[in-house]
Design a protein around this ligand. Structure first.
Ligand code: ADP
Ligand code: ASP
Ligand code: MG
Length: 407
């Protein structure tokens, strides 16, 4: 008898019919003699709808209250799934985050899980129940409801699996695994049988939303076996595992993109010590995550500095940077929130040369201008005009031979 955590994403629970389908899958796993903990997302479109309601009242809603609103989506799904299971004759019990409790910090809208009390779920399992847990939500030290950032149910599931030392965490979604790139953009994307935690971490952090980045971090830290698969068929999906379990070592294993990008440029910044610290301190105090930073060597005593932030932080970042820029005597601040980031990822890039050159040549051949570049040992990211995103993904995917040979 195994302990299996199954997570069903928004599209998998998007209608009553689909919820009933998930219930059948859960029941099948239970019938095979396993203990089952199910983690669910809100029905597809529901979180956007809820956030939209709040935004009809305020341009920047109070984030504590925004979480109170957003967390209700998952509460509906756990109740409906538990009802569906009861109707099929199974013992099922739903749990909101605060009932377990799943404790987080108080960074509303993007809270981090600190601890999960396993006893509540263990007791329910022992009494023969299927536990149905709300993803995406937790509770902070003051008793306030928090949410874990978009896509956060993946993290809830892997964290629950870690806390309960589950045998496997199955992530059921609308594609049947992790592909070399988003299969909805590139029709010849190839399904990976296995992917290392490191590569998955990079892909997730660079925009491949099939797994939320923190779920991969949890999986890696606690050694949770993650199986990404489809809720619509029985195909074997992709196993996320340690590097030494992987035989295949392509130089580039995947292409990711993120349209959630905006860039801010400070023009004519005086080139002296402490200036960058002054600007980025103000952004960090506002809890704005800065991603790519580009700064040129100065020959005139002045330099331009460009950085990127998530699109939802763009207006806040512009206001803060404009204030800091005027205090340090920079000329002006310009911004653009219609850019995207396209990245290639591969463990074997560490020991191969010429990869960057191939990226630049491939994009140049399509007339795509590169606005910024950022690299690490196992990835190269370029910032480009948003309208070229899909094209850039396809040509890079082809250039590195990632396509399905039979497609
Ligand atoms: P869920 O609602 O189940 O959490 P998501 O929409 O969050 O599903 O994630 C699944 C989506 O991730 C897919 O529909 C696909 O468009 C996208 N995706 C992006 N990159 C990849 C990739 N490399 N492999 C598979 N899916 C990807
Ligand atoms: N419902 C949340 C969202 O849409 C969490 C999730 O689906 O993982 O972001
Ligand atoms: Mg998701």
């Amino acid at each position: 008898m195994a302990l299996i955590v199954q997570k069903y994403g928004g599209t998998s629970v998007g209608t009553i019919e689909k919820i009933k389908n998930c219930a059948k899958r859960v029941a099948k796993t239970r019938d095979a003699g396993n203990d089952v903990v199910v983690v669910v997302s809100a029905m597809s479109g529901e979180t956007n709808r809820l956030l939209g309601l709040a935004h009809q009242i305020a341009e920047i809603p109070n984030e504590r209250e925004l979480d109170v609103v957003a967390a209700t989506g998952e509460q509906v799904t756990i109740g409906l799934l538990a009802i569906a299971l009861s109707e099929m004759g199974y013992k099922a019990r739903s749990f909101c985050g605060f009932q377990i409790p799943i404790r987080t910090d108080d960074a509303y809208v993007k809270a981090r899980i600190r601890t999960i009390e396993g006893d509540t779920i263990r007791k329910a399992l022992k009494e023969g129940y299927i536990a149905v847990v709300a993803g995406f939500q937790g509770i902070d030290d003051t008793g306030s409801i928090t949410t874990l950032g978009r896509g956060g149910s993946d993290t809830s599931a892997v964290a629950v699996a870690a806390a309960l030392e589950a045998d496997v965490c199955e992530i059921y979604t609308d594609v049947d695994g992790v592909y070399t790139t988003d299969p909805n953009i590139c029709s010849d994307a190839r399904k990976l049988e296995k992917i290392s935690f490191e590569e998955m971490l990079e892909l997730a952090s660079l925009g491949a939303k099939v797994l939320q980045i923190r779920s991969v971090e949890f999986g890696m830290k606690y050694g949770v076996r993650i199986h990404v698969r489809s809720s619509f068929n029985d195909n074997q999906g992709t196993i996320v595992t340690t590097e030494d379990e992987i035989m295949e070592t392509a130089v580039v294993s995947g292409v990711a993109y993120s349209k959630n990008e905006a860039k801010v440029t400070i023009v004519k910044v005086p080139d002296k010590p402490g200036i960058a610290a002054r600007i980025f301190r103000a952004l960090s105090e506002a809890k704005i995550v800065v991603d790519v930073i580009v700064q040129n060597v100065s020959v005139t005593g002045y330099t331009d500095m460009t950085f990127t932030v998530g699109r939802s932080d763009f207006r806040k970042a512009m206001t803060i940077t404009e204030k800091a820029a005027s205090e340090i005597g920079a000329e002006k601040v310009v911004g653009d929130d219609r850019i995207s980031k396209v990245s290639i990822v591969g463990m074997a890039m560490r020991s191969h040369s010429g990869v960057a050159m191939k990226v630049f040549e491939t994009l140049a051949a399509e007339g795509i201008n590169i606005l910024g570049i950022s690299t690490s040992e196992i990835k190269i990211s370029v910032l480009i005009d948003e309208k070229y995103t899909e094209l850039a993904v396809r040509v890079l995917h082809g250039a590195f031979g990632l396509g399905n040979p039979s497609a």
